[in-house]
Design a protein around this ligand. Structure first.
Ligand code: 13P
Length: 261
């Protein structure tokens, strides 16, 4: 666990739901359990941009936090279609950067991810930076190399001062949306590696404060096997966060693990 920080459960809704009413219903379904456990588990919801404002209003005074799924690295200007950290700051505490789907479908590079992270941190947002290897890297035993390089480049414009607002999510790409979650032993080794690389890049003190999450086919049945790992500070949840009951169960299981830990 990071120093004096709660475990974090981040709900990445991706490009769902299509309907704004359904987004608000989902928040309504999640709120009771998430609020009840907010002294033990930090919960942050990451809806699509158009639903941020409505969700922000619902989350006001609840202790549940809000994040955007991406941001640009400039604060304003002629960047059609982009959303800046300065714009998000009014609604959100968090922003996700470097998700593998953006890297794969939109060609985001490590350099772009680094610029986004630095811009978001400079706007006082907290950042979840996603890293993870492809199946072919994993099979070839090159996962550690790929993940280390992503962490090193992604943090190239960050400093130790950012560490308490910085989270790295290890999401092996072969585990995302596949139902094939990573073996906890593998997740543990990679999260340990990530913390080491964070230490080498921005300092050992910082590495203790940065939180490291696991993501990839997390559900209420397997979440315990990750959050009980000594170096795991929580999970980044995709598909299972779109079902209020299932996500509430994930919150309950996590709260129970930390109550005993
Ligand atoms: P799933 O939980 O659907 O595998 O997605 C994980 C993810 O990409 C979260 O960012």
């Amino acid at each position: 666990m990071g120093v004096a920080q709660l475990p974090l459960l981040a709900a990445n809704w991706k490009m769902n739901p299509i309907d704004g009413g359904a987004a608000l219903d989902l928040v309504k379904g999640i709120l009771p359990v998430a609020s009840e456990h907010s002294d033990r588990v930090e919960v942050a919801l990451f809806p699509p941009f158009p639903w941020l404002l409505g969700v922000a209003e619902m989350l006001d005074q609840t202790g549940i936090e809000l994040g955007a799924q991406d941001c640009f690295w400039e604060m304003s200007g002629a960047y059609t279609g982009e959303v800046s950290p300065a714009m998000l700051k009014g609604w959100c505490q968090w922003v996700l950067v470097g998700h593998s789907e953006r890297r794969a479908y939109l060609g985001e590079t490590d350099e772009m991810v680094a610029r986004k992270a630095a811009a978001a941190l400079s706007s006082d947002l907290s950042v979840i930076m996603c890293v993870g290897e492809l199946d072919e890297h994993y099979v070839a035993g090159k996962g550690d190399e790929v993940v280390s390089a992503q962490v090193r480049s992604g943090l190239s414009s960050c400093s130790a001062d950012d560490s308490s607002r910085l989270v790295i999510a290890y999401e092996p790409i072969w585990a995302i949306g596949t139902g094939k979650s990573a073996d906890p032993e593998h997740a543990y080794k990679t999260m340990r590696l990530i913390r080491r690389v964070v230490g080498e890049t921005i300092g050992a003190g910082a590495a203790r404060k940065v939180r490291v999450l696991y993501g990839g086919s997390v559900n209420s049945g397997n979440v315990e096997s990750y959050v009980e790992l000594p170096l795991c500070d929580g999970c980044l949840v995709g598909g299972a966060s779109l079902k209020a009951e299932e996500f509430s169960e994930i919150v309950k299981v996590t709260a129970a693990v930390y109550a005993h830990g």
